[in-house]
Design a protein around this ligand. Structure first.
Ligand SMILES: Cc1ncc(COP(=O)(O)O)c(C=O)c1O
Length: 419
């Protein structure tokens, strides 16, 4: 038994599926203490879109640290925060014609979701929130109440005025989910009160890589407008360029009332969480939603460098090339293995759904076999039946290819042993 198994809480999770001691990492490769190399198709669960220890970002962080600049700044005005805001507006918001105020939240994604839910309730003076079946929004009590996985709420955590609506997935794909929400809102006997906001992901990542159709997202925006409900996009995992454009909702040409960003916004894996708020909705009183760690200066510095890097390397185009590669690989090499295997994805987030072929046990075996063969790949979705491909956006094409061939090899190995 190692010190982790002996001393770390039972709640630990990723380490159980990837039982090695990691030591060093560069780009898309992680090295263990024993020197074994792993290709990383997990990318810090989306926090490492620019790869591990990206040199461009690293140099900026090192010189910032070296200059004895402010490291922790609460929410005071600092040079690093000023530069971050200037860059975020000039590179992202202004060119996209997006008019938002920026709220710096506590350090992790869930803190941004908490702020969004609290602000929405304050604005609309209604307690209710609609979230979606399959949605994942974090583990603090507010965002957990909007996370649909019942197991995560076991032991008495309530859904605190959150109602789960159907997402266009599985059986619901052929069901008019927007029509259903419309009828809930219009029927005085639906038993469900009008919410302050609808919280959604354009791609349910933890939910099994379920990509909402463009028309669905547009209808959702339209429904919120007609019913005076705020639309909150949780872009924590699939924002920051994961699907190609900086925001995942851009493909639907809509503007949410609030957007939550985290994970890769700091560029280097540093904790940072933002809530973007339409200016007229920014009705916070000063200090009404506060927190000690809202001023991670290294995250600001990394975030500026990351946006520069994104532009210099034409990362949006890179994602298109790699999306094409990933889709072709899955269609040509994985789907033919069995007609019941389903693939889904967009940009550089893809899932291989084994719910109708081998289910959770096969998915687990394949992911474990990948790990043996030197690839880190996670499972998501209902009962973890979906193998999730989430490499850094910066991965070299040859490494992406090698990682994909490991997935195929693992499939074939596992199927051989099943016979
Ligand atoms: C869509 C989404 N929302 C919220 C969160 C919670 O973020 P954090 O774990 O940083 O609190 C996650 C984390 O995976 C996420 O994927």
């Amino acid at each position: 038994m190692n010190i982790f198994e002996e001393k770390e809480s039972n709640v630990r999770s990723y380490c159980r599926n990837f039982p090695d001691i990691f030591h060093r990492a560069k780009g898309s490769i992680i090295y263990s203490e024993s020197g074994k190399e792993y290709i990383d198709f997990l990318a810090g669960a989306g926090a490492l879109n620019y790869g591990h220890n990206n040199d461009y970002i690293k140099q900026r962080v090192i010189s910032y640290l070296d200059s004895d600049a402010i490291a922790h700044g609460l929410d005071m005005y600092t040079s690093a925060k000023k530069e971050f805001l200037e860059k975020f507006f000039s590179s992202v918001l202004t060119p996209k014609n997006l008019d938002y105020k920026v709220q710096f939240c506590g350090p992790t994604g869930t803190n941004g979701v908490e702020a969004a839910l609290k602000l929405a309730r304050k604005i609309k003076k209604r307690p209710g929130i609609f979230s979606f079946m399959g949605g994942y929004h974090g583990m603090t009590l507010g965002s957990l109440s909007a996370t649909s996985n019942i197991k995560m709420r076991s032991g008495g955590v309530t859904t605190n005025n959150v109602t789960f609506m159907p997402y266009p997935y599985g059986f619901m794909e052929s069901f008019d989910t927007i029509g259903f929400i419309e009828s809930v809102l219009s029927d005085v006997n639906s038993g469900i009160e009008k919410p302050a906001a609808i919280l959604f992901e354009t791609v349910q990542a933890e939910g099994g890589i379920v990509v909402a159709p463009v028309e669905w997202i547009q209808q959702l925006r339209n429904l919120c407008d007609r019913h005076d409900i705020l639309l909150i996009c949780d872009d924590i995992q699939v924002g920051c360029g994961r699907t190609g454009p900086f925001f995942s909702f851009e493909r639907a040409n809509i503007v949410p009332d609030m957007v939550v960003l985290s994970k890769s916004i700091s560029g280097y894996g540093f904790p940072m969480s933002l809530l973007l708020i339409k200016p007229e909705l920014d009705i916070w009183e000063p200090g009404e939603h506060t927190g000690t760690f809202r001023g991670n200066q290294l995250a600001f510095v990394g975030g500026v460098a990351a946006l520069e890097y994104r532009e210099n390397c034409h990362l949006e185009n890179e994602v298109k090339v790699k999306e094409f590669f990933l889709q072709n690989f899955l269609v040509q090499e994985i789907v033919p293995i069995n007609e019941n295997i389903k693939i889904r994805g967009i940009g550089m987030i893809w899932g291989i759904d084994l719910v109708n072929f081998g289910g959770a046990s096969l998915a687990k075996k394949i992911a474990a076999c990948c790990f043996e063969l030197g690839l880190i790949v996670e499972r998501v979705g209902r009962n973890d039946t979906v193998i999730k491909i989430l490499p850094p956006l910066t991965i070299e094409l040859s490494t992406l290819q090698t990682g994909c061939s490991i997935i195929k090899e693992a499939f074939l190995d596992c199927l051989l042993h099943l016979k």
